[in-house]
Each structure stands twice: as C-alpha cells, then as structure tokens.
Design a protein around this ligand. Structure first.
Ligand SMILES: [Zn+2]
Length: 212
C-alpha cells in the first residue's frame, strides 16, 4: 500500500467527517481552572488576570457579573479578586463559565470570536467567525429547554414533534405556542430554530437532531 494511505491527518479528517456535527465540534473554548484560597472571611482568586485575558472582556465587567451572581462584595487587587466570604472554587468556576456562555460564546458556532455591540438599548453579541448575532439576555446555554412561558425568535429549542398540521408540517407545542416545523414528522425529537412568531403561532427550521 502506498504510504499515503496511512497518513494520520487524512485518517483523522475522514473520521471527523463521519462524526455527528456535535462531536466533531467538541473542541470547546475552555477557561483555565479557578485558583483560589480562603483566608479568614475572604476568598482570594489568584489567577483572575489569566482568566479575564482569555475571556477577553473588561475585567471590571466580569467582576461585576461575578459579584452579582455570587451575591457578595469584592474587589480587584493586582490581578487577583478578593471576595467577601468563603466561596468554593467550584462555585466561582461555574460563574465564570456562565459568563462565558452569556457574553462570549456564539450560540450558533460556539466560537469565542465575538464582540459586544450596543444597538439602541439592546446589547448584541456579534460573532466574527460565522456572522451570527444574538441579544444578550438571561442565562444562555447552547440550546434551551422549552420554557413553559414562551419561546423567543432566533432561539433554538429541543422539541418533540407531537402532531402533523393540515399542510403536512410537523407541529410542536410549548406553553401556549404552536410551532410549525416543516420537514419534520410526528415523533421526531429535533433542534428547532424559531424563525417567526405571530401571536401564539411560531414557525421554525430543523437545525439538527436531539441526541438521546
Ligand atoms: Zn458564530
């Protein structure tokens, strides 16, 4: 066999192509582990500069978010953070990760190459990698579980197609909304991006299967 057939990169590439998208894209953006210790009634994060450099957002904005989420007071001190109270590093880590999910990662391509752009009263997260943008709001994970109170345009949800409409489109229900999903069929579990909402009717596009 010619040597080329053993080319590792080629094999890897072929293997990747066979993987479902979700796995192939698993080179996720990672922040460093929080390094912290407690001294009396103070918790000190020693590698804040390292983390905020990688997150690439204003250290003061990150700190403000952490303080609000942790419900404590604190300040920056030469590349460290001093939090009032004894807070475990796991908990601090979680809050950093929430911050990244909300203010840094693109919800379409999962890349951190994004900017915050103010448009009127709304702050948008714009992605330089894929061009997507989304408003900043509440806690944002990759896909949302359907909320009982409603759905939002531009968001992606895991939906169960419960019915077929008169036109043959799949239908799902979330709270009071009925969502039409062309190209899906009863029993499908699919990731659906909501394109339009009109009253309590919504129209979506299948963007992937829900892995079980
Ligand atoms: Zn993107």
């Amino acid at each position: 066999m010619p040597e080329d057939d053993y080319d590792y990169d080629q094999l890897l590439k072929r293997a990747r192509e066979d993987l479902p998208e979700e796995i192939a894209y698993h080179e996720r953006f990672q922040i460093p582990d929080v390094e912290s210790f407690q001294e009396g009634n103070t918790t000190i994060v020693t590698n804040f500069t390292e983390i905020s450099d990688i997150i690439a957002r204003e250290p003061d904005d990150i700190l403000k978010y952490l303080l609000r989420e942790l419900g404590t007071a604190g300040e920056r001190d030469e590349g460290r953070i001093l939090f009032k109270g004894r807070i475990g590093s796991r908990k601090i880590q979680e809050k950093f990760e929430d911050y990244v999910g909300k203010y840094v990662l693109c919800s379409e391509c999962d890349k951190p190459d994004t900017r915050l752009v103010k448009e009127g009263r709304v702050t948008l997260l714009k992605c330089d990698a894929c061009g997507a943008h989304r408003p900043i709001r509440g806690k944002k994970k990759k896909t949302r579980q359907p909320l009982t109170e409603g759905i939002e345009q531009g968001e992606t949800y895991d939906l169960l197609i419960q019915d077929i409409g008169r036109e043959g489109d799949g239908m799902a229900r979330v709270g009071s909304f009925t969502i039409y999903v062309p190209g899906s069929t009863k029993g499908d579990r699919v990731k659906v991006r909501i394109d339009h909402i009109k009253g309590t009717l919504a129209f979506g596009t299948v963007v992937g299967k829900v892995s079980s």
